[in-house]
Design a protein. Sequence first.
Length: 643
Amino acid sequence: MDMSRYRALFLSEAREHLRAATEHAGQLESGGNAEALRSLFRHAHSLKGMAATMGYDAMAGLAHAAEDLLAALRGGETALTGELRELLRDSVACIGRIVESVEMERCPEDPGAEALTRRLKEHLAQPAAAPGAENLRPAVPLESPEPAAGTPAATTAFDIDLRLSNERDTGAGGVVSLLSRFGELGRLETVETPLTSLDAPDFDGSLKLQLISELERPGIEARLAAMPGVAGFEIREHPRAPDPVVESGERTWMRVRADLLDHQLEDAAELMLQHSRLSAALGELPPEAARHLDRVELLVRRLFGNVVEMRLVPFESVVEQLEHGTRDLATRLGKEVELEIPDTKVRLDRSLLERLVDPLLHILRNAVDHGIEAPDDREAAGKPRHGRIGIQVDRRGDQVRIRVRDDGRGIDGEQLRRRAVEQGLMAPDDAARLSQAESLLLVTLPGFSTAETTTEVSGRGVGMDAVRHRVESLGGRFDLRSILGEGSEMEMSLPLSMAAVPALMLRSGERLFAVPIASVERGIRLEGPRGRPVAPGAGEDGSALPLIDLAERLGLPASDQEEPGWALVLPTEAGSTGLIVDELLGRRGLIVRPLEAPLKGLREYSGAALLEDGRIALVLDPTELIPTGAEWAAGDAPQDSRP
């Protein structure tokens, strides 16, 4: 049978089991508990069956060996030591790499799978630990595991051919009484044998059943063998997706293919745009028609919002992968590193998050390899032996900002300039003219490296250039700040690939712009001469409000408008600042698209929106328009950018 048609289903199911297995393996490393062990066993069992069905022998063998070892741990026959925790974690990671190979349409194998399988079997063959070892025993009976509250338990469907004994109670009543005992095993899904035939003379005592259960097959077989009235049975099992979760009878869950959501988002966005164009084309409508059109607009926007919401996933879904990569590299390099992610519940667009995993891993590898010092060196410098790397994720309007900060040695801008000249990447005169901020960005040049020797980890001149390229290809920007001896911070600011952004429309000269509403404190009508640097008494506490003219800031022709215009009050880390514009045009929901090359290099713009009349409005990024005064390293305020 050609199993390739089931590949997408396999990948979808395998990712779910891997995500949960990785989480439970991490719980075992931090001390472990019986629930984590039981859950890890269940996911290993499912992965084994799925891999065997697809013919992925390496994955099936590894999952089977892990399942056997976990069964021994659950029964207290083997001690859960630190070595076994690490072995189980590595086995889950290896299975994950095999799944990645399947996804990339490569051979479903991994070089380390065979060795890990052998090690698992060797540990299984060892005798149980002596009293006092850190045995991990189940907290609940193995036959009746209780799933965590609100969590869909992974179940298995068992097809059972049951043969009843001659000593059973006669008639349908006795059989029904026997079947009622199946409630101890799970849920009796179907009874293929009609109950009306049980009293017939030709009934031969055979029943065909389907049982849905959270128990493993050995437990069910033991219960059936001890059940009165059962002469024999045959069992066939196949993995089954968890039942939908019902919370207070209101909410159920189901899987939806990601590409279908992508198409739905595109269609919903196009529907919003076409509605706006239709409304503009129709002009003034009779009251009844206008009410209907307004209702359509409400429904279209609700549809768009629901689709966007369905695509959001929490950042915590990739945290274990980031922690695993950081921990592994730190161990190999003999460094002590703690990864801190204070808020993992921030929800991001699924496609965006998937594309950010590799850049984040690159940044973390760079921080561990180049940033964090060896424990003895840190102690000599008066620092804790453990280095710290923090990831801060937040959404601000239509922007996603991810900052990765370490407390390592920092980056020497002078050394970077010298290495760039030595490697022939720039002329000495050009290097000498670079500011500190520009010097730090040299690490993102293709082929640039400060490593003296090439190792498996670094020195090949790849990594940070790939990070910057990926971020900019998503329509975002990459920034780097550092203080020598104190640490570095790398920041990725990205627009969502597509989002309905509540924006304030404005005009400066003959040009239309938009600013995300979330970035605006208020708007004030200016008085007096237009060229004044401050607006007296316009600050929050009655102080003067600093002013910046938008046209002057963007290098556009000066406005010939005689009236003073308006000021948008924008918050910054250094306080509020007013952005002078000619006219405020009101609030509007915009479909914002990221700018493509070469326009994406203009840092003052976060994207563009197509209006219903065919005009294009550039969406401003206030964080780039207004100097914050909170520079990590020496550097000038943002310079004019002339489109």
